[in-house]
Design a protein around this ligand. Structure first.
Ligand code: FES
Length: 76
């Protein structure tokens, strides 16, 4: 599926960029050219990076675990 129509960049191109080390929208834009013309695709780029970036997934997991730690800490 095309994500950036201006620069003919697909979701596969973006996922490949993330797999190759892109960690933010700017990294993906530099790597693929997406988002560098009209900017209408930036929210889609951001969504893909948030969903697939391993660093962000790690942070989400840590954030999800924090309330559990808080409850355990309160019980002491
Ligand atoms: S749709 Fe991506 S820059 Fe225009």
């Amino acid at each position: 599926m095309y994500v950036c129509h201006c620069n003919v960049v697909t979701d596969r191109d973006i996922l490949e960029s993330i797999a190759n080390g892109a960690r933010c929208v700017a990294d993906v834009a530099r790597d693929t050219g997406a988002g560098r013309t009209c900017g209408n695709c930036i929210s889609s780029l951001r969504e893909l990076v948030c969903q697939h970036c391993p660093v962000r997934a790690e942070r989400r997991a840590e954030t999800a675990a924090e309330p559990e730690l808080g409850v355990a800490g309160a019980a002491r």
